[in-house]
Design a protein around this ligand. Structure first.
Ligand code: SF4
Length: 229
């Protein structure tokens, strides 16, 4: 674990990184629509593509259809495919959107927001029981829309957490989530999540991390080892 407080760590990150809502598809859609189901559809669209592409696909989809489970449960798969083609893997994503819509109608009677009336553990389990929803998506929805204290771990958060030394290089999703939840204060989880993603995008790139320019190079296991550029 790091030798500085989480508040000082965040200050260091904020000195070199900024959070632009338009760079985060789920955050942007939540700001613009304020609706859990819209954010869920967006997180499906972000799979294996950039946030920019996902936002583009969501814009087309929302111009054609009302983003409601009852709409996607009733229209054909081909109609969804046609609208989200720009996001890639459109057959799989369209199928997931349709299956999830049907499951939400069945399980929540269409009132998906009722999930936030459950305790965190139950709400997380209910989300994970839906088709095509993994732990990262569930945690994004719970933190971003439900303001619940959980920490989503996407590929950037995983990579930087391992390199910095929050966890070992072979840590699991739950181990990373738990280490980050212990280090940061719950009221800072969303900001910390977004800043770690921004750090991964700008400095801690997968192939060639820019350690020399990185704001936390003096705190990071990998940066101190001198392996990075
Ligand atoms: S010092 Fe290098 S490895 Fe560490 S967080 Fe920064 S870019 Fe990543």
């Amino acid at each position: 674990m790091l030798s500085i407080s989480s508040d000082d760590f965040l200050l260091l990150l904020k000195g070199s990184l900024s959070i632009n809502v338009n760079d985060f598809a789920a955050l942007k859609v939540y700001r613009d629509y304020g609706d859990l189901f819209s954010v869920l559809v967006t997180t499906i669209l972000t799979q294996n593509t950039s946030d920019k592409n996902a936002i583009k696909a969501f814009d087309v989809l929302s111009r054609k259809f009302k983003i409601k489970p009852e709409v996607f449960a009733s229209i054909s798969l081909d109609e969804i495919i046609e609208a989200i083609k720009s996001s890639g893997m459109y057959y799989r994503k369209s199928r997931t959107i349709k299956l999830i819509s049907e499951a939400i109608l069945r399980k929540f009677n269409g009132d998906f927001n009722s999930i936030f009336r459950l305790p965190l553990k139950d709400a997380r389990e209910a989300l994970l029981a839906l088709p095509g929803i993994g732990r990262k998506t569930a945690d994004v929805l719970l933190l971003m829309c439900g303001k619940m204290p959980t920490f989503p771990v996407d590929r950037h958060v995983e990579r930087v957490s391992k390199r910095i030394g929050f966890v070992s290089m072979n840590a699991t999703y739950e181990e990373i989530r738990s280490a980050l939840m212990n280090f940061f204060r719950p009221e800072n989880y969303l900001e910390a999540h977004l800043l770690l993603i921004a750090l991964g995008r700008k400095y801690c790139k997968a192939k060639k991390p820019l350690c020399f320019e990185c704001p936390i190079k003096n705190l990071c296991n990998y940066g101190l080892s001198g392996v990075g550029g």
